[in-house]
Ligand binder design. Structure first.
Ligand code: FAD
Length: 288
């Protein structure tokens, strides 16, 4: 099913993300994790591409496991390390396998700052994907502005161009203060962007993740969460519980304020996804 159709059915949606293994021999474990997350019946499961050193070629293998578990897969593709020929090959394989949903991303630039070859920006990749077949294409957005962009206004202008290039939906970077998302929606409205947005929520259940997340995403960590991380840093069980409670509370507030699409960065940890789905069972149950 096309993600755009799923998101337009008027229901509350919880989707999840998995990432492929770094090496081929980790594939069975990732498939096991994927099947466990799929058993929660998320609206869809996205599968990352080459992120954090994972093997790009395995994205489609994991997407097949998502589909085998009767959940709609969303395959990421990045501009980084992708030539026109490579993207054409991936899209052809997707088409042959009946996979129709793509998240088109630039990818994180390599440390040497080398440019992205055939597709400098995600916008260029979006245009190219539409020349290759009938795909439902989504993209990334940043409530706090993309860290490389000098201003949030300019980043919003780039986002408008990317959406106009042919995006049917967006997924946000993780954020920890819902006020940032509400302000982002206001600015999107003013920029004339009207596609559905999945709010990206990352349950932080290990205090060591905090610094990494802030560095990667440029996200502001609210003092309320910083206090949690300080207090429970060396108490793994307490930190897991607090991270799940924080993410749950964030989602409850979002849904109460009319945000119907939530994307969980589940980091290949089914037990965290399970806890959040359990906490929200009454809210998800409103769909029936
Ligand atoms: P773009 O939309 O190309 O934007 C990148 C920067 O360029 C921004 O600063 C933007 O303002 C600027 N820009 C955009 N268009 C133009 C233009 N026409 N002219 C000048 N400047 C422009 N990374 C992975 O490697 N693999 C993944 O699977 C992956 N999945 C992700 C999923 C989500 C939901 C998110 C939020 C991020 C994901 N990332 C992934 C990370 C992402 O690739 C990085 O955040 C990357 O730095 C930006 O990607 P983008 O698609 O937003 O890029």
């Amino acid at each position: 099913m096309r993600i755009a159709d799923i998101l337009s059915d008027g229901k509350i949606h919880l989707s999840c993300e998995v990432f492929p293994p770094k090496k081929f021999d980790g594939l069975d474990e990732v498939k096991r994790v994927t099947t466990a997350i799929a058993a929660l019946r998320p609206a869809f499961i996205s599968v990352t591409y080459g992120a954090a050193g994972t093997t790009p070629g395995l994205t489609l293998e994991v997407a097949e496991a998502v589909r085998a578990a009767q959940v709609t897969p969303l395959c990421h593709i990045t501009c980084v390390q992708s030539s026109r020929e490579q993207v054409t090959r991936v899209l052809r394989s997707m088409h042959e396998a009946g996979l129709q949903n793509v998240l088109a991303l630039r990818g994180d630039l390599p440390k040497d700052g080398a440019p992205c070859g055939d597709f400098p920006h995600a916008e260029d990749l979006v245009r190219f994907i539409h020349t290759q077949g009938d795909f439902c294409v989504g993209g990334a957005c940043y409530p706090e502005g993309h860290p490389e962009c000098p201003s949030r206004a300019l980043d919003m202008e780039h986002l408008r161009r990317k959406v106009d290039a042919g995006l049917s939906f967006l997924t946000t970077q993780m954020f920890f203060d819902n006020g940032l998302l509400y302000n982002f929606f206001f600015r999107m409205e003013r920029a004339g962007i009207h596609v559905p947005v999945c709010a990206g929520i990352m349950p932080i259940c290990d205090a060591r993740q905090v610094a990494r997340v802030v560095k990667l995403s440029g996200s502001i960590m609210p003092p309320r969460f910083a206090a949690i991380a300080d207090r429970f840093a060396d108490k793994p069980e307490a930190m897991t519980q607090a991270g799940i409670a924080f993410a749950t509370e964030q989602i409850v507030d979002l849904v109460a304020n009319g945000v119907n699409h939530i994307h969980l960065y589940t980091m290949n940890k089914p037990w965290i996804a399970e806890a959040i789905f359990r906490n929200l069972s009454g809210i998800i149950g409103m769909n029936t």
